[in-house]
Ligand binder design. Structure first.
Ligand code: SF4
Length: 63
């Protein structure tokens, strides 16, 4: 089973770093100005950890 990726939208400031770094896992919802985890996203994707590390408010968790 792949790792579960969670994104706390309350904390997200909509910088889009995660979407740029890992578009296969994160999408951006312009209507709310926040990122979200795509349906069926593979938490084992190499870029997930990179995106979590890059998030300025550390609201992405992988586990
Ligand atoms: S990197 Fe963090 S703050 Fe930036 S859009 Fe992604 S979840 Fe939101």
């Amino acid at each position: 089973m792949s790792k579960k990726v969670e994104l706390d939208q309350e904390e997200c400031i909509g910088c889009e770093s995660c979407v740029e770094l890992c578009p296969e896992v994160f999408g951006f919802a312009p209507e709310v100005g926040k990122a979200y985890v795509l349906e069926g996203a593979d938490g084992d994707s190499a870029c997930v950890e990179e995106a979590a590390t890059a998030c300025p408010v550390a609201c992405i968790s992988v586990g």
